[in-house]
Design a protein around this ligand. Structure first.
Ligand code: OOG
Ligand code: MG
Length: 257
């Protein structure tokens, strides 16, 4: 096992045991390219255990998120089937370390994406869009990380719910977003906070995936990135995200232990 495989194993174990590890960088220096190699190796471990990839997510597509986490570049990671919760689900928090939740927009692709798309082309590659909630859970203590750390950790990916799909993409570029926790409004914003238009996340996903020599198959999810900062996710909570004119998604949380 080389160093990068060992880091992947460490992060994968931390996720499986819901036990955080200290931040890797700067003591253990690795480049951004190497961080993506670690990410890939950790996903391979999941696939080896029987999980399958269902799409990709983008991170730090909004200023709010960049400022909250002190990082300033767009990143991407993988979503797997075990992360996907049904809309309205009861989500057990035991498998997480210190989960947070954030409001997003999710896209469903209808054609393979194997090259960088332009903004004009993007919608032709999409089947539908939906409001989404992402549960993020850094495997690092205190949710603190460098850009390389968080990429290696598959961009804190941990869970998601997706609301009903719509094929109407007009209006998606600047729709009001409201996230509620137990009925209380905890974040408000606009989908325009996501790169000026969440469709640009599809453009960026196409660039990043094809740059890595990969193809994103038709039927994949693309999580566009959070429109607002994330909020700590407590047990016995009802989380609701409404995207004006698009729809909503929700889930409740509980703890077994
Ligand atoms: C990294 C993931 C960022 C987003 O939507 O910007 C992200 C993190 O904040 O832990 O998912
Ligand atoms: Mg996110």
């Amino acid at each position: 096992m080389n160093d990068l495989d060992a880091i992947a194993a460490q992060l994968d174990d931390a996720a499986r045991r819901a036990a955080p590890i200290p931040q890797l960088a700067p003591d253990l220096a690795f480049s951004l390219d190497e961080a993506y190699v670690v990410q890939r190796a950790s996903i391979e471990r999941r696939i080896h255990r029987g999980e399958s990839t269902v799409g990709v997510k983008l991170g730090f597509t909004s200023r709010a998120k960049m400022i909250q986490m002190g990082v300033d570049s767009l990143i991407w990671g993988w979503l797997t089937d075990t992360m996907l919760e049904e809309d309205g689900a009861r989500v057990a928090l035991d498998r997480f370390i210190h989960p947070r939740v954030e409001p997003e927009v999710c896209f469903l692709t209808r054609r393979d994406i194997d090259r960088p798309l332009t903004l004009l082309e993007a919608s032709q590659y999409l089947e539908a869009a939906a409001p989404a909630l992402e549960i993020i859970d850094s495997r690092y203590q205190n949710f603190r990380f460098s850009l390389e750390d968080v990429v290696a950790d598959n961009c804190s990916s941990a869970g998601l719910t997706v609301g009903s799909w719509t094929r109407r993409f007009e209006g998606l570029g600047n729709a009001g977003v409201v996230m509620r926790l137990n009925g209380r409004v905890v974040q408000t914003g606009s989908t325009a906070a996501i790169l000026g238009d969440p469709l640009r996340s599809v453009v960026q996903a196409s660039r990043l995936v094809s740059q890595s020599g990969l193809v994103l198959p038709a039927g994949s999810l693309i999580m566009a990135g959070a429109a607002t900062a994330a909020v700590a996710l407590p047990p016995d909570a009802h989380v609701h995200c409404a995207v004006n004119g698009i729809g909503s998604t929700e889930f409740t949380t509980y703890r077994l232990s």
